[in-house]
Design a protein. Structure first.
Length: 295
C-alpha cells in the first residue's frame, strides 16, 4: 500500500554570502520559510530490501535522485529487509531555488524514519540530511529558520503570517555556476541573532538583530544581481512583480517572490499575471507538515 507525504517548498527571505572557507564552500546567512506549495512523495514499503524509484524524472537518473539517495542512506540505520518504492509527484520546478529535490529527500527521511521504525532523533536525522546537500537539513528541522555556516547551523525564528506570490521563470539556474561567479559579493556583514527575551527563552525562538549598518530584517539576496545579469527572464519576472511590492529571488533562482499580508491581496496580484508568465500563491508555514514524525 502506498502512502502520500507532502514535501513543501522553501523561500529564502534573504540570503547573504558573508565569506568563503578555505575548501571553497561559501559561508551563508539566510532566513528559510516553508510554504504551502510543494511536491508529493508516495512511498510503498517493500520486503525485498530494495529502494526503487517508480516513474521517470527527466534529467535525473535514479541513482542521482536525492529521494532515492535519502532512502538508501537511512537504510543503514534500518532493520534488515527494509525497502521502499518511491514515486514523486513534482509540482516544483527543477533549478528554481524552491528546494524541491532537497524537500523530497527530507520527506523521505522523515516518513521512513517512522515507517521503518528507525526512530532517529531530529538532530541525527539532520546530520544524515547534510550528507545529501546543504538545503536538506532545514526541511528536517521543519521550522522557520535562521541558517548559518554552509546552511547547516539552524536557529528557530518567528516570522509574521504572510502569503506569497511566487513566479517561475522558464529557466533552470545552475547553483554551482552562480556561486563560482567572479562578480558575486562575498563580504556582506553578518547579522547577529539574539533571544527574544528571558520570558520566551524556553521556546527556543529568536529574533534577528541587524547591526546599525545593516538594512532592516528583510535583508537581500546576494546571488540575485549575478542571476539577473545572466538570465533576462529572471530580470523580467522581478520587474513585473516589483510593481506590487518588494520582489526578490529565492536561493540561486530562478523563482522570484513577493510577500503580502492577506491571501486576497496575493491572489489579486496573481490574477493580473501576463499569459507569458507562470506563478502561484502559497501561505507561509510555521512548521513542516511532518514535523511530529521525529523528536
Amino acid at each position: 500500500m502506498s502512502h502520500a507525504y507532502p514535501a513543501p517548498a522553501k523561500l529564502n527571505l534573504f540570503l547573504h554570502v558573508i565569506g568563503r572557507r578555505p575548501d571553497g564552500y561559501h559561508l551563508l546567512q539566510s532566513l528559510f520559510r516553508l510554504i504551502s506549495r510543494g511536491d508529493t512523495v508516495h512511498l510503498a514499503l517493500r520486503d525485498d530490501g530494495r529502494v526503487v524509484r517508480e516513474g521517470d524524472l527527466p534529467g535525473v537518473p535514479e541513482d542521482d535522485d536525492l529521494a532515492v539517495r535519502a532512502a538508501r542512506l537511512l537504510q543503514v540505520h534500518a532493520f534488515a529487509g527494509a525497502g521502499v518504492s518511491i514515486r514523486l509527484d513534482k509540482s516544483l520546478p527543477l533549478g528554481g531555488g524552491l528546494g524541491g529535490g532537497s524537500s523530497d529527500a527530507a520527506t523521505v527521511l522523515l516518513a521512513l524514519n517512522r515507517l521503518w521504525q528507525v526512530n532517529l532523533p531530529r538532530q541525527a536525522l539532520q546530520d544524515l540530511a547534510l550528507q545529501l546537500g546543504a538545503d536538506v537539513p532545514v526541511f528536517v528541522f521543519g521550522q522557520t529558520a535562521f541558517a548559518e555556516g554552509v546552511g547547516e547551523i539552524l536557529h528557530p525564528v518567528s516570522a509574521p503570517a504572510a502569503w506569497y506570490v511566487v513566479l517561475m521563470p522558464p529557466v533552470q539556474v545552475p547553483t554551482a555556476a552562480i556561486f563560482a561567479a567572479p562578480e558575486l559579493t562575498r563580504n556582506t556583514s553578518p547579522i547577529k541573532i539574539a533571544p527574544f527575551s528571558a520570558g520566551m527563552g524556553h521556546t527556543g525562538s529568536h529574533e534577528l538583530q541587524p547591526t546599525e549598518s545593516q538594512r532592516p530584517l528583510v535583508g537581500h539576496n546576494d546571488l540575485q544581481p549575478v542571476v539577473v545579469g545572466r538570465y533576462p527572464e529572471v530580470a523580467r519576472h522581478l520587474e513585473w512583480l516589483a510593481r506590487f511590492g518588494e520582489a526578490r529571488m529565492t536561493g540561486s533562482g530562478a523563482c522570484v517572490f513577493a510577500s503580502f499580508g492577506t491571501e486576497e491581496a496575493a491572489r489579486g496580484v496573481l490574477r493580473q499575471l501576463p499569459e507569458t508568465m507562470q506563478g502561484f500563491v502559497a501561505q507561509g508555514l510555521d512548521r513542516h507538515p511532518l514535523y511530529e514524525y521525529c523528536d
